[in-house]
Design a binder for this molecule. Structure first.
Ligand code: G6P
Length: 380
């Protein structure tokens, strides 16, 4: 398949702009419009029945950006569907697998579908469970945008994230699509396990439906501003990204994007942990990006951000615009539309992608082919 830049300066920017369309396609593919009338699951994933049977645990294996998506997935599976979930780096799981648990769904998440560590970890799981009694048998699910990949051949079922092929080495649209897959899986399980009232499920689905337009709004209203803002970090050597709860993995992802393409050192941290180490790094030369979405942890994140400000850090807030408190605390705002905390990662990651992109592009770096990195890592 020949993929072209269609007027964008880099594939990464083009792929950032494809995200509203990807989210829309996912909603069309997996939402069941008649669920309430037919008393069916709101989500149609087409998974085999035995995947759901007496489900007690989920284990997710992934690398890199897919591992970050998996951390959001854990949050959703535990908080919405009450399934205990662990997330492991595939490269670690391979050499120290946890004891085998019964009735466990194992999910491999990979945009390329070819990552050697992820495939090997899944193969090992399949192998060590074969020959065991039925409740211990492997139930392998893949989450990928590559339905023809080696991953898809290996697992019983995949959720195709419909992101298509991604060319930029730094993952953007495939990440957002993986998040969508986890929203769907968590809602499907929440319905079947009756862990959420139907009205709440309907409310979450209504929120999901707003996401494509909200992502578009961020792209339209923010890109110019972020491009300008990027000029201010010509000398910057370190960045800290803070988030909590469901936005902690987004802080990790924001830091990873920046490292990958701009070669600036960056750390993502859960905001409440800053006082246990990274706060020692802070001074006027280290900007801090804090993700502060109104919700259960809003006040906490703002107070963590204030601690950073007290150390002279330049504070950049990813937060809704019209909240007076936030405007006072932050030096710069990367505003996102108001959205309930649970659904906000799909929005909060967008300005972080743009920030990393524009800082790297401004430095004249090869955004689509950063040094030392590959799109698909097929060796251990
Ligand atoms: C490579 C890519 C990353 C990606 C990671 C895992 O390092 O450069 O962008 O997150 O592999 O890739 P996967 O295809 O398994 O998601």
């Amino acid at each position: 398949v020949l993929v072209e830049k269609q007027g964008f300066r880099h594939f990464m920017l083009k792929e950032i702009y494809e995200q509203p369309g990807v989210v829309r396609t996912c909603l069309e593919a997996y939402l069941n419009p008649d669920w309430e009338a037919n008393q069916e699951s709101p989500i149609k994933l087409g998974l085999p029945e035995h995947f759901y049977q007496d489900l007690e645990q989920v284990q997710i294996l992934a690398c890199g950006t897919s591992w970050h998506a998996s951390l959001v997935g854990k949050y959703l599976l535990e908080q919405l569907a009450e399934v205990p979930t662990m997330v492991q780096y595939a490269s670690e799981f391979r050499y120290a697998p946890p004891p085998i648990t019964a009735n466990t769904l194992t999910i491999g998440v990979t945009q390329s579908g070819e990552t050697a560590d992820t495939l090997a970890a899944l193969a090992m799981e399949q192998q060590r469970r074969s020959g065991k009694t039925s409740q211990y048998q492997a139930r392998l699910l893949g989450i990928t945008n590559r339905p023809e990949s080696s991953l898809a051949q290996m697992v019983a079922q995949i959720i195709d994230t419909h992101a298509g092929i991604e060319i930029g080495v730094a993952a953007t649209k495939t990440f957002v699509a993986q998040l969508m897959a986890f929203y769907f899986l968590a809602l499907d399980l929440a319905y079947r396990r009756q862990t959420l009232p139907l009205e709440r499920i309907a409310e979450i689905i209504a929120g999901l439906r707003q996401l494509p337009a909200e992502v578009e709004l961020i792209l339209e209203s923010q890109e110019r501003y972020i491009e300008e803002l990027a000029h201010e970090f010509n000398e910057t050597q370190d960045f800290i990204f803070l988030g909590r709860g469901i936005n902690f993995p987004i802080a990790l992802e924001g830091a990873l994007k920046l490292k990958e393409i701009s070669y600036i050192h960056a750390e993502g941290y859960p905001a409440g942990e800053m006082k246990h180490g990274p706060i020692a790094l802070l001074d006027a030369k280290v900007p801090v990006v804090a993700i502060a979405m109104p919700g259960s942890l809003y006040e906490k994140v703002l107070s963590n951000a204030q601690e950073a400000k007290a150390r002279d850090a330049r504070l950049i807030g990813v937060t809704p615009k019209d909240v007076p408190q936030a405007t006072e605390i932050f030096d710069d705002l990367l505003p996102v539309p108001k959205m309930e905390e649970l659904l906000s990662p799909i929005l909060t990651v967008i300005p972080l992608q743009l920030l990393a992109y524009h800082i790297a592009a401004r430095r004249g770096l090869d955004v689509d082919q950063p040094r030392n990195l590959a799109k698909s890592v097929t060796v251990e």
